[in-house]
Design a protein around this ligand. Structure first.
Ligand SMILES: [Zn+2]
Length: 381
């Protein structure tokens, strides 16, 4: 009897720990399904992967909103494989911002770009609104060439984190006005139309600073810095923009510096399609992003001194897999949200020093590790 009383008392004490509210509703909304045509994937040899060899170049690919479920949906819809999931080295990244359990792309982009966590909405600024140096600003004085490629508008939170310092991601004109002082040799994102809407003084300053080209073919032989703004970055209109520009950026940056280069490539629209709970849209964006990843992996395999990192700024949509048939390219999903979620996101690594990322990391750790690998002791902390 005493034992039973003790057990009851224990349960009473522990009850608050287990207290929870469950609202049971039939889940009917936010479901989706799609069938896609299989695209080819690439498996590199792994001779350089995980080796202690010197890293000259780092290519950081950020899938905006690319949680593990987005990777899975893309993988199963593509017959069970992606170039991304052919890689051997991976870890997980915590994405919380300085002020919020659920980050936005500005705070997480800033963490990836600067190694510092900040307030949601801030771009390249700490919570006290002080500008914090980004990777290009730290590596460029050491002789590295730096580039940014994105399927977002150039003022989008992720690309902006690598050149701008503003206390709001919505300060579009101010973000564009930060471009003339950016430490970037290659810049490409959306779009000619968005550029045309900026104030004349900003456009003039950008045109003065950058060699603006109308197509990727014009990039060859153009002096640094170079800017390519395509007419559109929408999936239906941009064709193979992301993989083609990634390939060109790698080619261009490798010629710019003997020291090495840093390139950030963003697959920006996985997130946007997940916000709309559009299964076809985010799976197509995921597959397009995988083609850009392939470009980076093929280069890294040949080069031997390039570290490729693929991760996400946060998960979007609370995507779940409810069913699928990889043989048919069919996937059925559900969404728990139309916003961002706080779950850890995967990070994949390929090349020398990749093992540094085979753990649980903070998003800010990724930048700090990149800086340590490329800059080492030469960087002032
Ligand atoms: Zn988003």
């Amino acid at each position: 009897m005493k034992k039973i009383l003790c057990a009851i008392a224990m349960l009473a004490i522990m009850a608050p720990v287990f207290a929870q509210t469950v609202e049971k509703t039939e889940f009917t909304g936010y479901v989706g399904e799609t069938t896609v045509t299989k695209q080819s994937t690439y498996t590199p040899d792994f001779r350089v992967d995980g080796k202690n060899a010197k890293v000259r170049n780092v290519i950081l690919l950020i899938g905006d909103g690319m949680g593990l479920a987005a990777v899975n949906a893309g993988m199963y819809a593509n017959g069970g494989e992606l170039t991304l999931t052919n890689l051997h080295t991976f870890g997980f990244v915590r994405t919380q911002s300085d002020d919020n359990f659920t980050t936005d792309s500005a705070a997480s982009g800033t963490a990836y770009a600067t190694g510092k966590k900040t307030t949601n909405g801030f771009v390249g600024m700490d919570p006290g609104k002080n500008a914090i140096p980004n990777i290009p600003e730290m590596l460029s004085p050491l002789g590295y060439a730096c580039g940014v490629v994105s399927t977002d508008d150039l003022n989008g939170a992720t690309p902006a984190s690598f050149f701008a310092h503003q206390d709001s991601r919505n300060k579009t004109d101010e973000i564009w006005a930060d471009l003339p002082s950016a430490c970037l040799d290659f810049v490409s994102a959306g779009s000619t139309g968005v550029f045309a809407q900026r104030p004349e003084a900003t456009r003039n300053a950008i045109e003065k600073r950058y060699n603006m080209v109308g197509s990727l073919n014009e990039v060859d032989g153009t002096a640094s810095p170079v800017m390519y703004l395509p007419p559109s970055v929408a999936l239906a209109e941009r064709g193979d923009y992301l993989p083609a520009t990634t390939r060109k950026a790698i080619e261009y940056l490798s010629k710019q510096s003997k020291k090495g280069f840093f390139l950030m490539v963003e697959g920006a629209r996985i997130d946007k399609e997940e916000h709309s709970n559009n299964t076809y849209g985010f799976v197509r964006e995921m597959l397009d992003f995988d083609k850009a990843i392939e470009e980076a992996i093929r280069f890294a395999e040949k080069d031997g001194h390039t570290l490729v990192l693929i991760s996400a700024d946060h998960e979007t949509g609370g995507v779940a897999l409810r069913g699928g048939d990889p043989e048919k390219g069919f996937i059925r999903t559900a969404f728990a949200s139309t916003g961002h979620t706080a779950i850890t996101v995967p990070i994949y690594a390929y090349g020398p020093q990749s093992k540094n990322f085979q753990c649980f990391l903070e998003n800010s750790d990724v930048a700090n590790k990149i800086l340590e690998i490329l800059g080492g002791k030469k960087l002032k902390k």
